[in-house]
Design a protein around this ligand. Structure first.
Ligand code: NAD
Length: 247
């Protein structure tokens, strides 16, 4: 489904991003994963290379809080692999602090990664994609972008912003043949969820129509579909992959 395409996945070293990398490699894309540290990027590279020994894989660790660091990394991808066809802005962090205890610095940290880095990655990718005649930008949102959550307001705030960026850029970039979509996962079995206390998780699972937490590979399937030509007429959507979570 992605033969000959070059894809970058931020937060591609574990969880949902790692499964997106695997799906894209299974479908013959060149995949560059961005990790937060060189060691985790190298580790993900080793795992992916072991599973896909003949595939074109790369791993980098640009500082996602820096526009110039992302610019340097994406420029390198373009010059090394010839194009940037799929940009997946997936890296994200969450926090559960109540408003009374919320340290403003922590709020800013969430915005820096979950919003600013998505803007930087989209802006630079759009410039490259416009020049080459098109491309696909995909963002990882969350179902909390539809409902909010009862504590940790920074995280849903950031994901509402991701939806705003997705829908606005879809309208702005359509004429340049760039599609922009987001996937809004529900509760998904990754390290991020392992940090959530059981008492918070249990009532959430009770609200999932399919009565279970999602698997990262199920979320990654949506990223595969939206990146592929099967979604050639789909742009500006925020696709929930949440087993019909009725909050
Ligand atoms: P995870 O914690 O397993 O992975 C997060 C990824 O982000 C990692 O690859 C990590 O390296 C990267 N990352 C974290 N901080 C970074 C930083 N400062 N700089 C660069 N990279 C950084 O979590 P996940 O569940 O796979 O999350 C991936 C995306 O899915 C996030 O945007 C998250 O908000 C979203 N999401 C997750 C769930 C869930 O239930 N797991 C639900 C909805 C949305």
């Amino acid at each position: 489904m992605l033969n000959g395409k070059v894809a970058v996945i931020t937060g591609g070293t574990r969880g949902i991003g790692f499964e997106i990398a695997r799906k894209y490699l299974q479908n013959h894309a060149t995949v560059v994963v961005f990790g937060s540290r060189k060691e985790t990027a190298d580790k993900a590279y080793a795992l992916l290379h072991q599973e896909f020994p003949n595939a074109s894989i790369d791993a980098m660790a640009p500082d996602l809080s820096s526009y110039h660091s992302i610019l340097e990394a994406l420029t390198k991808v373009k010059s090394t692999y010839g194009s940037l066809d799929i940009m997946v802005n997936n890296a994200g962090v969450s926090a559960n602090d109540r408003i009374y205890e919320y340290d403003p610095e922590n709020f800013e940290k969430i915005m820096a990664l979950n919003v600013n880095a998505v803007f930087y990655g989209s802006k630079i990718a759009a410039e490259i994609m416009k020049e080459q005649g098109g491309g696909v930008i995909l963002n990882t949102s969350s179902i909390v972008s539809l409902y909010g959550q009862p504590s940790g307001c920074g995280y849903p705030t950031s994901k509402f912003a991701v939806n705003g960026l997705t829908q606005s850029l879809a309208r702005e970039l359509g004429k340049d043949n760039i599609r922009v979509n987001a996937v809004a996962p529900g509760v998904t079995e990754t390290d991020m969820m392992k940090a959530v206390p059981k008492e918070i998780l249990k009532p959430i699972i009770e609200k999932i129509s399919l009565n279970r937490i999602g698997k990262p590979e199920e979320v990654a399937d949506a990223f595969l579909f939206l990146a592929s030509d099967m979604a050639s007429y789909i742009t500006g959507v925020v696709l929930p992959v949440d087993g019909a979570t009725i909050i």
